[in-house]
Design a protein around this ligand. Structure first.
Ligand code: NAD
Ligand code: MG
Length: 396
């Protein structure tokens, strides 16, 4: 490429997978503010065709994809005669992940995000990773692929963005511990007896953060924090013993890194994902982002309490997954997704979700399928499918 093209390359080509979701919409909000700096390459969504069409009209991507083939006609009708390629289905999402982009946001929810994320890391550019399930199910595989192509993965989960920022310029070998905070979710003050009877409608309201339905329920059950412990182990390559969770109801400190000289770096920010998304979007630089700031005059106190593994058995399971390694993370995420589906469908109770996951992992362990190290995507897909089958059937 002639030097001139570098000098005059003013726009960043960006693709957003899961653009209609909470993270996707927050990303587009930041892009909208500096529209002239970005060329949108890909937008993908699921069932919310109205949002996908609205954003396509505004951001004019090269290609727009819905995950659902039966919604292709509706999407085509909405796009009309705009010069945008319209497609549907999992393969179309994979093809879109191959389109050259300087920056890719991985914000599909669930293990469905893994295959497109793996495709996107082959590009050798920057991958903003919100889809924590990719790291939990296939951390080592994903990092290996990223290393091969020299893709820089920048975590978007607020706690992991916080750790990443606290580690800038530091040597990972000097890290003694990392502590990620948990708000405690919707039911942090509920008794065990009250927890038994909570409904999906109650669980999908978060006290501090505005997020998608699934991650909000996962926050209430502490499965979100369980996933984040595993995510931290995979991404930062630290042993399980150095990774802790703590309850911090104000959600202002997102993570703390403790170094071997006793010093600690805490990362603070208001509970607004646009900080972490904006950091990833501008990485390796920083740019002014006009979103809320913490006003310390209005904060009386920051409180912390133990994240008790007795009260939150999902955290105990996460420890087991971290200790065992191999394909335990794949089994864990898949079983958790089905347990969550079953809770949303009111087929099982709130406290039954963790039982479904534990029984599924025990079954898979007995079958001896979890101890291998995943080498290729199909290793993960096989365990994922088996875990889904078992967790659909286990009685609790
Ligand atoms: P969401 O439910 O609001 O949006 C999910 C997106 O994925 C939507 O665009 C949806 O259409 C798409 N999608 C759903 N199922 C799909 C499928 N089978 N195939 C393809 N696309 C599909 O979720 P969210 O809250 O934006 O979260 C997205 C990811 O980011 C999750 O992995 C979540 O854990 C992570 N995350 C979210 C937040 C947050 O504040 N929302 C914070 C940290 C991490
Ligand atoms: Mg988080």
């Amino acid at each position: 490429m002639p030097i001139g093209n570098y000098i005059f390359k003013l726009t960043k080509r960006i693709s957003i997978f899961g653009s209609t979701g909470s993270i996707g919409q927050n990303t587009l909000d930041l892009v909208r503010r500096d529209r002239h700096l970005y060329q949108v390459v890909v937008l993908t969504g699921g069932k919310n065709i109205e949002q996908l069409v609205k954003d396509s009209i505004e951001f004019h991507p090269e290609v727009v994809v819905t995950a659902y083939p039966d919604l292709l006609d509706a999407l085509k009708t909405g796009i009309g005669d705009l010069d945008i390629t319209v497609a549907a289905g999992d393969n179309a999402i994979l093809e879109a992940a191959d389109r050259p982009a300087d920056w890719v946001m991985s914000a599909i929810v669930g293990v469905a995000g893994l295959a497109p994320t793996l495709k996107a890391v082959a590009q050798g550019t920057v991958l903003a990773l919100a889809n924590k399930e990719s790291l939990v199910a296939a951390g080592q595989l994903l990092l290996r692929e990223a290393a091969k192509s020299k893709t820089k993965i920048v975590p978007v989960d607020s706690e992991h963005s916080a750790i990443f920022q606290a580690l800038l310029g530091e040597d990972i070998n000097t890290v003694e511990r990392i502590i990620i905070t948990a708000s405690g979710g919707a039911f942090r003050d509920f008794s065990q007896r009250e927890l038994e009877f909570v409904t999906p409608a109650q669980a999908q309201i978060h006290p501090n953060w505005s997020m998608g339905q699934r991650i909000t329920i996962d926050s209430a059950s502490m499965f979100n924090k369980a996933m984040e412990l595993i995510e931290a182990k995979e991404f930062f390559g630290l042993p399980e013993t150095k990774i802790e969770a703590i309850i911090h109801p104000e959600s202002l400190i997102h993570a703390i890194v403790g170094f071997n000289d006793g010093g600690m770096m805490a990362h603070l920010g208001p509970p607004d994902m646009r900080h972490a998304i904006g950091f990833a979007l501008n990485y390796p630089g920083r740019k002014k982002i006009n979103v809320a700031r913490i006003d310390f005059k209005n904060i009386n106190q920051l409180t912390f309490s133990e994240a008790d593994e007795g009260r939150y058995p999902a955290l105990r399971l996460a420890r087991e997954v971290m200790r065992r390694g191999g394909l335990w993370g794949s089994g864990f995420t898949a079983a958790k997704e089905i347990a969550l589906d079953r809770f949303i469908a009111k087929e099982i109770g709130f406290l039954d979700m963790v039982k479904v996951v534990e029984l599924t992992l025990n079954n898979l362990d007995r079958l001896g399928v979890l101890s291998n190290e995943p080498k290729i995507l199909s290793d993960i897909v096989n365990v994922d499918q088996e875990a889904r089958q078992i967790s659909r059937m286990v009685n609790v």
